[in-house]
Write a protein that binds this ligand. Structure first.
Ligand code: GLC
Length: 445
């Protein structure tokens, strides 16, 4: 029985989750999504054999930039010899992330956990000879970081999977339905293994675009997962059977119409580690993108990729440290907030406290001087800068006693009070925020 439309009604123009309309029964979607909505920051980890030979994750052999043989040989170099799951979890916790999503299996079919139903894994066919996921989830959970399992539906190296190379399919599922059924059993078997072994708080499917909802048996797959854990969250890449949308490397210009969304973004240009990729986003860029996502009601899922020995390149470590320090100074304006006020009242990102009595204004870069707020029909009780707690003065300009126009608020932000990346100004109001968008006129009271 369909009790509730998950995202469909909330969506305007989104391809993926929009298809969920009228299809999904859900016990308590709001309750289930609560932690996700409050999390704001997640770390995405693309761990896999592709880190060995400076190639892109799975796509490199699929697109023919490396032969399948050479690609698979990377398993011998995937040692994880310095893998320290506790240190990983610590680094993630420390940057302020509330959840982490790691590749349990990418499109190349090499599982990072100890799969019994699959042939390829970090345990059986890689030099590492170990399950990466088990100890990592344990360490995350010790630190109360939610655990997400990325799982690729596509499995380009599996003999029963129709897709293989860009220009070479294995077979047509219409002609060989039994073979496709074998594959369905296989991937669902892996999902069951992951459910049973790790009970993920979140499932991050990928690759659904190669087949339809019917072909993936998306509804059955979803139900199977929810039967095990009704509270687990499913991303929007299960052909319409997900809970939230995943705009990939896409920075929404205006607030997306759907309720739950997550921007997934690489820290450099690749999802996995590549020695040649040094085009790192700076801490400033990452923080501004993060703030932008949060102010528009989304989360940032920031991707990093470990080296084959299980360590991280220096820019990953230092950027996460900077992000964590920024969150420690400014977290009050991020975590536990709701999306801010519409653009036009303030020329920058904003958030609000849950009771809407506190407005947080984010000021980019080294900007100091007078910060302008427009159309706020409230009395301001107090203005401070997060981190330093410096009290700020302000001036109301253009307020006429008989007019309903609230006047412009100019807040003085001195150079000495600004954050090295993004400053957060906390404006305490007398009551829940009231936005003025009128045309002027006499006060009625
Ligand atoms: C794309 C790619 C994949 C990557 C994912 C992360 O779907 O196929 O390689 O893992 O994006 O969002």
């Amino acid at each position: 029985m369909i009790k509730k439309v998950i995202l469909g009604a909330l969506l305007i123009g989104t391809a993926i989750v929009g298809k969920a309309q009228n299809k999904i029964a859900e016990h308590d979607i709001e309750g289930k999504m609560k932690w996700f909505e409050e999390a704001k920051l997640g770390i995405f980890i693309h761990a896999g054999i592709y880190s060995v030979a400076d190639v892109s994750e799975s796509w490199s052999f699929h697109n023919g930039t490396i032969s399948v043989d050479d690609y698979m040989k990377q398993q011998n170099g995937y040692t994880l010899s310095k893998y320290d799951p506790a240190a990983w979890a610590e680094m993630i916790k420390d940057c302020g992330a509330r959840y982490c999503v790691i590749t349990t299996k990418h499109h190349d079919g090499v599982a990072m956990y100890n799969t019994k139903v699959g042939k390829l894994s970090a345990v059986k066919t890689c030099a590492a000879k170990k399950d990466m996921i088990k100890p990592f989830f344990e360490e995350l959970r010790k630190r109360e970081v939610k655990c997400g399992a990325y799982f690729s539906l596509i499995d380009w190296t599996h003999n029963d999977y129709p897709g293989y190379l860009k220009n070479k399919e294995r077979y047509d599922i219409k002609k060989e339905p039994a073979r496709w059924e074998r594959f369905q059993k296989f991937f669902q078997g892996q999902i069951k293994e992951i459910s049973d072994a790790f009970n993920p708080d979140l499932w991050w499917f990928d690759g659904d675009w190669e087949h339809s909802a019917e072909e993936w048996q998306a509804e059955k797959t979803r139900n199977m997962i929810l039967e095990k854990n009704a509270n687990t969250i499913i991303n929007g890449r299960l052909q319409g059977y997900g809970d939230y949308d995943t705009p990939e490397q896409n920075f929404p210009v205006v607030r997306p119409a759907f309720k739950w969304w997550e921007l997934c973004m690489t820290m450099n240009e690749n999802w996995g580690y590549r020695v040649s990729d040094n085009n790192w986003k700076t801490p400033y860029e990452i923080i501004t993108i993060f703030v932008d996502a949060v102010s528009n009601g989304g989360n940032l899922l920031l991707d990093i990729g470990p080296k084959p020995d299980g360590t991280y390149p220096e820019p990953v470590v230092s950027t996460l440290k900077e992000l964590g320090d920024w969150n420690k100074r400014n977290g009050e304006g991020i975590f536990g907030t709701i999306p801010g006020i519409p653009q036009g009242h303030y020329y920058g990102p904003t958030t609000l406290s849950k009771d809407s009595k506190t407005l947080f204004l984010f000021v980019h870069g080294k900007t100091s001087g007078q910060v302008l707020l427009k159309g706020i029909d409230n009395k301001i009780q107090d203005i401070t800068v997060l981190g330093s707690n410096v009290k700020l003065t302000h001036k109301v300009v253009g307020k006429i006693s008989w007019s309903s126009v609230p006047g412009l608020v100019y807040i003085d932000l001195p150079e000495t009070a600004i954050d090295k990346y993004v400053t957060c100004i906390k404006v305490t109001l007398d009551a829940p925020i009231k936005l003025y968008r009128g045309k002027g006129g006499f006060l009625t009271n």
